[in-house]
Design a protein around this ligand. Sequence first.
Ligand code: SAM
Length: 263
Amino acid sequence: MCNAVRVPFFPRRHGCHADPARRGRHDRCTLAGDCVRFLAGDFARTAAAQDVGGNERARRYWDSCAEAYDRNALIAGPTYQPILHRLLRDVGEEDFVLEVAAGTGLLTAPLARRAKRVVGTDFSPGMLAVAQRRLAAYPNVEVLGADAADLPFPSRSYDVVVCSHALHVMASPEIAVREFRRVLRTGGRVIAITLLDGEMSPASLVKNVLSFLPRFGCPPCRRTLQLEGLAELVRSGGLEVEQAVIVAREPIPTGYVRARKAQ
Ligand SMILES: C[S@@+](CC[C@H](N)C(=O)[O-])C[C@H]1O[C@@H](n2cnc3c(N)ncnc32)[C@H](O)[C@@H]1O
């Protein structure tokens, strides 16, 4: 299984967000509409979840962000260092790690240098293609396409499940967390990290909306979380929360929750 990069099951699409000339051709790409949807995150998520094609729209959105993602993720760059600092303490050398919604593999690479084996999954072929390029040199990494709500792994097969900056944009994060628990061995850990725009001051929220939306647009599924909401989401999947902290405040408050599968 090691060093295999299984390219996923969905056809490749090309997006518009990275290319200003192409912005505005999709109904989801108008900045004003995105601002409204961003600021009304929970409402937008509900509306998207009712959309039968919600997951497909979300996948297309992430495909369209893929090639520009690393460059634009630098806006949140200062949050990745404190995330990594904690993450690498919480993952051991003998661990078999699943990273769900791994995106372009920004965290997968340092995880691979730390852990015994890492499987990175995502449902966007575009994101996975970038991850594949980044991770090709790591013999202990496998990258594959999978929906977080339906993981293609046997129960109790991992020591650690990591999910970074993704639960807040999933259509069904509660189902995903139950899947995390299912694939963990007893005593295994979930590490859930996400930006918490519910913890932002109004001024900071406006500043971030103006930084992010022109580059990415707003994902079709998203919810506004505070730290307690993230911890509660993890608890609702039957996991015992051991630690819930805000690891960075700027430019975006970022929550880090570590939880254990007790039995
Ligand atoms: C903001 S990016 C985060 C990527 C990476 N984890 C990081 O920290 O840079 C969100 C990722 O979640 C993925 N995603 C969203 N919903 C998903 C789902 N239901 N199943 C699998 N991946 C999903 C997207 O394709 C995207 O790559």
